[in-house]
Design a protein around this ligand. Structure first.
Ligand SMILES: [Zn+2]
Length: 117
């Protein structure tokens, strides 16, 4: 992806609060989710501080000695360097259900419900 176009996507993702932190209230566990846009073929992504589950990241991690960051990870790092990140405190069970949702359907309805309630 062209650098300036990629930077624009990162900035937009940060402005739209697409990064959400999920923290387990009943264990020491936390993970980040990149919330996809509604509609279309976009999928939610599961992120750690140096990991993303998207094809771009996985492909570049396998074939390159110095993995390139996908724009989800860049959006995560930009969000973390700022003050505001949406944090959802919930049970470990709910977090595993959200991850299962994302693998099964591409998006988590459960996570969207948690954010809006
Ligand atoms: Zn990614």
């Amino acid at each position: 992806m062209e650098e300036s176009k990629s930077l624009k996507k990162v900035k937009l993702a940060v402005a739209e609060n697409r990064i959400v932190r999920l923290t387990a209230t009943d264990s020491f566990f936390s993970i980040y989710i990149y919330l996809a846009k509604e509609g279309g073929r976009h999928k939610d992504h599961i992120l750690g501080e140096n990991f993303c589950d998207c094809k771009y990241f996985v492909f570049h991690s396998i074939y390159s000695a110095t993995p390139l960051e996908c724009y989800h990870l860049r959006a995560l790092k930009t969000t973390l360097s700022g003050e505001k990140i949406i944090t959802i405190n919930t049970s470990f069970k709910n977090i595993t259900e959200i991850i299962t949702d994302i693998y099964a359907y591409g998006k988590s309805l459960k996570l969207r419900k948690l954010i809006t309630t």
